[in-house]
Design a protein around this ligand. Sequence first.
Ligand code: GDP
Ligand code: MG
Length: 166
Amino acid sequence: KSGFISIIGRPNVGKSTFLNRVIGQKIAIMSDKPQTTRNKVQGVLTSNDSQMIFIDTPGIHKPKHKLGDFMLKVSKNTLREVDVIMFMVNAEQKLGKGDEFILEMLAGNPTPVFLVINKIDQIHPDELIGIIESYKERYDFAEIVPISALQGNNVEDLLTTLTKYL
Ligand code: GDP
Ligand code: MG
């Protein structure tokens, strides 16, 4: 099984930390350079039975200028072509304007979207149910997966679930 995955989400939710953990320091840092208009491969994770190609989709935020507008369009098209979109959020933060913008942008996109709730090491387990409910109201997610990209909690399970969509 082989497929393309795009990780989107507000700044600082842990996208690079996740990539660093699953693919390795070098690649994710390399692709953390200032945004370009082209979608590019951030890293490839190869295992016995699968290959996951992580694609960077820059400009997934409210555009402030013409170039930003163009980048958003390119990324929007890319998001229709990948196999899975990982929408990553921070368990410590309430659903905010930045998240709303992304969810509105995803409306009508046929690609399965995973809600990845990161930084669960920072919250009490009881809080998780409320967080999940608040996001569920806003979008019909294919999967909802709580993780800690930093500590590695549930990251293997997330990868296994991703494989099912490739
Ligand atoms: P990005 O902007 O989405 O790529 O976010 P980064 O990967 O750069 O992470 C932003 C900050 O959040 C960094 O200081 C990370 O160490 C921290 N971080 C990322 N994942 C986790 C996590 O699971 N738990 C905690 N406590 N911190 C995290
Ligand atoms: Mg980053």
